[in-house]
Design a protein around this ligand. Structure first.
Ligand code: IDP
Ligand code: MG
Length: 163
């Protein structure tokens, strides 16, 4: 698949991942903080939109948790208001985003991570990130149409890519 990572592709995989700021993050005014962490890290924003997910979208997104006791509450919460849906691109971005996000339980998330800094409740942990390459591909396709994603090269790409 063409991920738009044309320039100076190096050994590490140039990947895309799906990140969402959940309704609590939007309601608490944390959009700029959360988005800015990915930006400052050096990843490239290739998709961005604000939407309130439909029940069908939420149930597909969290389909792996369908049998879990928290599923109904999780779907009710994620559909309760606007979510900022994003696709970020870069070398190792899938695993790195999970590190930036921190542990699922915010009380166990390290300081410096998004959940470690900004959350206390597992059901209100402010952000979602794909947990692997297959999930990332599925979630990007679920939340975005191909034409909603922009392949672009930062003007300082050559400088960024120097070893
Ligand atoms: P992740 O978001 O860190 O990938 P998952 O295990 O995939 O965590 O769970 C998806 C989301 O479901 C979590 O972010 C959290 O909001 C919610 N969740 C997971 N486990 C529980 C639980 O035990 N109680 C309530 N909500 C949960
Ligand atoms: Mg997960």
């Amino acid at each position: 698949m063409d991920h738009g990572c044309h320039f100076m592709e190096l050994a590490m995989a140039c990947e895309r991942t799906f990140i969402a700021i959940k309704p609590d993050g939007v309601q608490r005014g944390l959009v700029a903080d959360i988005l800015g962490r990915f930006e400052r890290k050096g990843f490239k924003l290739v998709g961005l939109k604000l939407l309130t997910p439909s029940r069908a979208l939420a149930e597909q997104h969290y389909g792996v948790h369908r049998e879990r006791p928290f599923f109904a509450g999780l779907v009710a919460f994620i559909t309760s208001g606007p979510v900022v849906a994003m696709v970020w691109e870069g070398e190792g971005v899938i695993a790195s985003a999970r590190v930036l996000i921190g542990a699922t339980k915010p009380l166990e998330a390290a300081p410096g991570t998004i959940r470690g800094d900004l959350a206390v409740d597992i059901g209100r942990n402010v952000v979602h990130g794909s947990d692997g390459p297959d999930t990332a591909q599925f979630e990007i396709g679920l939340w975005f149409q191909p034409e909603e994603l922009s392949s672009w090269q930062p003007a300082d790409q050559a400088w960024r890519s120097e070893a």
